[in-house]
Design a protein around this ligand. Sequence first.
Ligand SMILES: [Zn+2]
Length: 156
Amino acid sequence: MARPKRPLAERIDRLAEWDENHHHHVWTGSTHHGRPRLKPEDKHPVRILLQVDDPRLFVRRVCSHPLCINPDHFKVQVTYDRKYDDRPPPVWVDPRTSDSDSFTPRELEEIQETVQFLLKDEGTFEELTEYHSEEMRQEIHRLWMHKSSPTQLTKP
Ligand SMILES: [Zn+2]
């Protein structure tokens, strides 16, 4: 632990490659039982990226690529283990800017695409989100506002 280290996120980034669609971030480092594993920390890289420290929390991949470490393709879940019964519930704050874990990878892609269209003025919000769910519309609106005027964000 004493020797200076590059920031962990940077090391993780160097050990992963984006697939051709820039969708999955594919781990090229070491694995343990087929799961990405960062050494010498001996942790799943996504735990580090998502700042998950509590042993009662685990990261679960929700996409199809077994070596993907794209944090947007993961959910953080609580393990219910009786040996932890007497402890307060784990606290974890999602470091991702959006509440993206409530969407599937496909929905996330659609959200990003729609935001890009809005930023390029390729349609109105009404037109472009006509067929999306209310949750998706809200997320699209939030990201759109954030990207178009990042310095003028006001609290609701
Ligand atoms: Zn993935």
